[in-house]
Design a protein around this ligand. Structure first.
Ligand code: ADP
Length: 226
């Protein structure tokens, strides 16, 4: 579960990025987080992953209290939250398979487990025949699928996708949103940050809209935004 209570985040005396955010996302939910540039979306993501601490208020993520978390606990928090970055952050010198396997190796997974899990997630995202390719040999949509596979491989309870369709054409964007929905249907909590309202329109999901550091609406569907 993700719970923000009266969260204020100031970067400096005159920059208050979040001005009192209240929201709760239950396990297994699918939520779009939308808002104009500069409204505070990235700040919210960084508070969830423990990259930032709130100036005041409380942030609870999957059993961790972010206002008190110790530095050595942060890697454990991060195992519960897979992040799909806007710029993919793939390792260009490693194959598709090894990009995903590497994410398991860094947390100490054993080879037999890696051999079983990596093909499963590549299959889930539709890259089962591309394991030997390098990221540069993939299309933009395929690179995004690889980033999703890597975020999923350690079985986090939550995935945050930051502008996952930012660089894709409308058809590929629809496919990626559908894939995120399928993954959510398997039980992973999904928080999708996007400014593509046309796309959000096509999926009848909860939409939390923020503007100028505050939640301005929180409703199912897009009635909230029109
Ligand atoms: P979004 O992701 O919705 O574009 P951000 O969370 O990045 O919004 O930014 C919210 C506000 O906080 C903006 O006014 C931005 O300029 C400011 N901000 C973000 N990061 C920093 C930072 N590291 N230092 C100072 N101000 C920042």
């Amino acid at each position: 579960m993700i719970e923000f209570t009266d969260v204020v985040k100031s970067y400096s005396a005159d920059t208050q990025a979040l001005k009192g955010i209240n929201m709760q996302i239950d396990d297994g939910e699918f939520v779009y987080l939308v808002g104009p540039s500069g409204s505070g979306k990235s700040t919210i993501i960084k508070l969830i992953t423990g990259e930032l601490k709130p100036t005041s208020g409380t942030v609870h993520v999957n059993g961790y209290s972010l206002e008190h978390i110790r530095r050595r606990e942060i890697p454990y928090l991060r195992r519960t939250v897979g992040v799909v970055f806007q710029d993919f952050r793939l390792i260009e010198s490693k194959s598709v398979y090894d990009n995903v396997a590497f994410a398991m190796r860094v947390i100490g997974a054993k080879t037999p487990e890696i051999r079983e899990r990596v093909p499963y997630v590549l299959d889930l995202v539709g890259l089962e025949n591309k394991g030997h390719r390098l990221p540069t040999e993939l299309s933009g949509g395929e690179q995004q699928r690889l980033a999703i596979a890597r975020a999923l491989v350690n079985n986090p309870s939550t995935i945050i996708a930051d502008e996952p369709t930012g660089n894709l054409d409308p058809e590929r964007s629809f496919e990626i949103m559908s894939l995120l929905q399928e993954i959510n249907n398997l039980g992973t909590t999904m928080l999708v940050v996007t400014h593509q309202l046309d796309l959000v329109h096509q999926f009848h999901k909860r939409v939390i809209s923020i503007d100028d550091g505050l939640v301005v609406s929180d409703e199912i569907g897009l009635e909230a935004l029109v």
